[in-house]
Each structure stands twice: as C-alpha cells, then as structure tokens.
Design a protein around this ligand. Structure first.
Ligand SMILES: [Ca+2]
Length: 395
C-alpha cells in the first residue's frame, strides 16, 4: 500500500469511509456473484484496531491472534468471535518506533518457526531517519520484552516512503525481508536495479546458523552469496530484486511459492511470483510496460508480473494469500489480492501461467493487509475503520 500518490487521495477517502461505516455498522462489503460466491463478514465484531497493518497467529497455536498496529503496538486476543478484550503483546514503550506521517512505523512481525521452544519474535519497523530495523525479541510473560531487542538488520532509507516492511519465514526456514526502493518517486537513485544496495529487493537471511561475529548467516544459494558485502559483487542478502515497494506478500502453504504485490508508480500495480535470483524490472519496467525510458526500454532479463491492473481499477496493490482453506472450495489454489484505494479484491489462478484475474468483490475498505489463519481461511484488515473482516462463502 501507500503509493507515492496515495496520500492526497487518502485524506479525501478516509473521512468518507469512516462516515459510511459508522452510519450503518455493516461490513462495508459488496457480495459478488460469478463463479465464486463469496462475501466478507465482520470478524471479532467487538474489536477495532488503530491502523492495523498485519494479523497473524503463532506457529502451532490456533487459539490466539496478533494484530500489528502501525503506531507501534501489537494486540493479542482470543480466537473467539465474541472476543471483547485485547492484551498488549507489544507496546512501543521505548519510543524507538517512528510512525512518522505516512509509510513509517511498525510494519511487520514474524514468529520464529520454533516460537513454542524459543519464545522468539521478529519485528520490522522504522526509526527516525528513517532507518529500517528488523530486530529479534524475546516474549516474557505473554508479551514482547522491549529490553530484549537485538537488531538483526539495519538499512538506511533515503526517503520516508517505500519502506516495504513485511517479514516472514519461508518454508526453507530462512527469514525473508521485503524492502522498497528507498522512496521519493520514480526511484531517483535507481536502487531497484542496483544489486549493490539492499533497497528495492527481497532479502533472505539465516537467523539460525549465524557465523561468529555476524548478525545473521547467508543462505548458500542466495544469488550473491559469495560476495563479501554490498560493495563487492552484490548484496549477499538479496534473494530477488527490481521491486518498487513490496508491501505485502506470502508463501503458498502447499507449494511454497512466494506471491507478492508490488505497488506501482503512476500506472501499473503488479502481482509477482518471486523466485530466487530473478529481476522484477523496476524502474526500467512498471508492470509489463516500459517506465524508464517510457518507450523502447530494455526487456531482456526482466520477469513480468503474473497479473497487473491500471488506475481505473485501483492505485496501490496489497498482496494476499493463495487460498488453501476449506470454506470456499472453488477458490482452492487461487491467489487473493486487493487494492488499498479501490477496495477491490481479485483471485488469480496460480496453476496456469496466463490466467486472467477474476474480480471477486468491490468493497469500500482500505485494504492494508490480508491475513491467513492456521486452517487457511482469509481475513481482510481495513486500515481506516480498524475492523477485521473474514472471507466467507455467500449464503
Ligand atoms: Ca515489476
């Protein structure tokens, strides 16, 4: 989310959305017909959150949910439709999180795969500067101990926007970190195509096998694993590059594929299937089109998106999940994603190379993020109202 052009529109849209939701109390979604009879229903109707940007469950524990709030908090609550209280799983009591005016703040969280054994959690946030931090914390007595913070990776941001910010462990056990191009507009420093910077890239690091004196290990098959550092033959942390602002992305729990929404500049929002060592084109390409130069740009070596859409359909893509739940059989294996601005939600068949996205519904939500529970059902986080909605079969 958070296109460079977005914020002018948000100032206008947010007020209207809040009015609409408070006046009728409905889920604010429009059921859609077609091949996929689905709708959004308000979930955890007694709970609202402040600028929610992520929701997840701890490995092996279906009894709780955790919602990341951009201002620097994580709220925990019972997986009970009637839940009416939240606890502070993390509170920004050390004031390190700089939520800033727009795209800064607490942006992501990941439980260590062995969380049950090591009580370890990772947070992704920005400090003033801005500077992107991914830090390791220990959970004590049911909440994250701020004093246990151990910075793992620190990346300076030249501008306040395009911080990426999501982190997640892949099926390979490595920690993936999505970083935007550094911000401003049009990638003025060409970070997307520069593999000597960690900006504009998906990073992958090993937090379990850490060499002496290092903060993390480098997976042996990272594209620049043999490089001695970013200034050498490329940043050893890079897994894939050519990304503008990989705000939200996820792993297909069946295939392990990494599906990602890359927020566009002025024209095209894209969905990418991200693979190791591949270049997704920014800023030479925006979607499957030339960006710089605007015509006759280089095309060799760039991987085009699996789906894209233009400004008539939205302006800031929010990547979701490949549906692997059981409630909506027809959606099995489809990648769900949406647009922060237009509220539309699409489904893309992942088993076919040239599948056309299907418009599932057109909502009035500001879709900051999707979430997936332990049984594969899908939730939508509305940034403006702070409400959580669940994707359900239409009656
Ligand atoms: Ca691209």
């Amino acid at each position: 989310m958070f296109n460079w052009y977005t914020w002018r529109a948000i100032l206008i849209l947010t007020g209207c959305l809040l009015c609409a939701c408070s006046s009728n109390g409905s889920s604010g979604s429009t059921p859609s017909g077609g091949d996929f009879a689905v709708e959004l229903q308000r979930a955890f109707a007694n709970l609202t959150f402040t600028l929610p940007v992520a929701m997840l469950q701890a490995p092996g524990d279906p009894t709780r949910f955790y919602v990341v709030e951009k201002d620097g908090r994580v709220r925990a609550f019972d997986n009970d439709p009637a839940a009416d209280t939240t606890g502070d799983f993390f509170t920004d009591d050390n004031d390190l999180v700089d939520a800033g005016p727009n795209e800064a703040g607490l942006l992501g969280m990941a439980f260590h795969p062995d969380y049950a054994g090591n009580s370890t959690v990772y947070l992704s946030y920005t400090r003033s500067g801005p500077v992107s931090y991914v830090s390791r914390y220990i959970v004590v007595g049911g909440s994250i101990d701020s004093n246990s913070e151990q910075p793992v990776i620190i990346v300076n941001q030249p501008y306040g926007n395009h911080n990426g910010g999501q982190i997640a462990f892949g099926p390979d056990g490595y920690l993936y970190i999505g970083l935007g191009d550094g911000g401003s507009g049009g990638d003025p420093h060409e970070h997307g195509q520069n593999t000597n910077t960690r900006l504009g890239a998906m990073l992958r690091i090993d937090v379990n096998n850490v060499p002496m004196g290092a903060d993390y290990g480098i997976p042996g098959d990272n594209p620049f694993a043999a490089s001695s550092g970013c200034a050498d033959a490329g940043c050893p942390e890079i897994y894939a590059w050519g990304l503008r602002n990989p705000w939200r992305w996820s792993f297909d729990r069946v295939t392990g594929d990494l599906w990602l929404g890359d927020v566009g500049q002025g024209n095209w929002e894209e969905v990418n299937l991200v693979r190791r060592g591949e270049n997704y084109g920014w800023r030479v390409r925006e979607g499957a089109h030339c960006h710089r130069p605007a015509n006759n740009c280089e095309t060799a070596g760039f991987v085009d998106p699996r789906a894209e859409y233009g400004r008539s359909e939205g302006y800031s893509v929010t990547g979701g999940y490949v549906y692997r739940g059981s409630a909506i059989a027809a959606l099995q294996g489809y990648y769900l994603y949406g647009d922060y601005g237009s509220g539309r939600i699409w489904a893309l068949e992942t088993g076919a190379d040239n599948a056309e996205p299907v418009l599932l519904m057109d909502t009035n939500l500001n879709i900051a993020s999707f979430a997936e529970d332990q049984v594969g059902e899908i939730y939508v986080l509305d940034y403006s109202s702070g409400e959580i909605h669940k994707l359900m079969p239409a009656p």
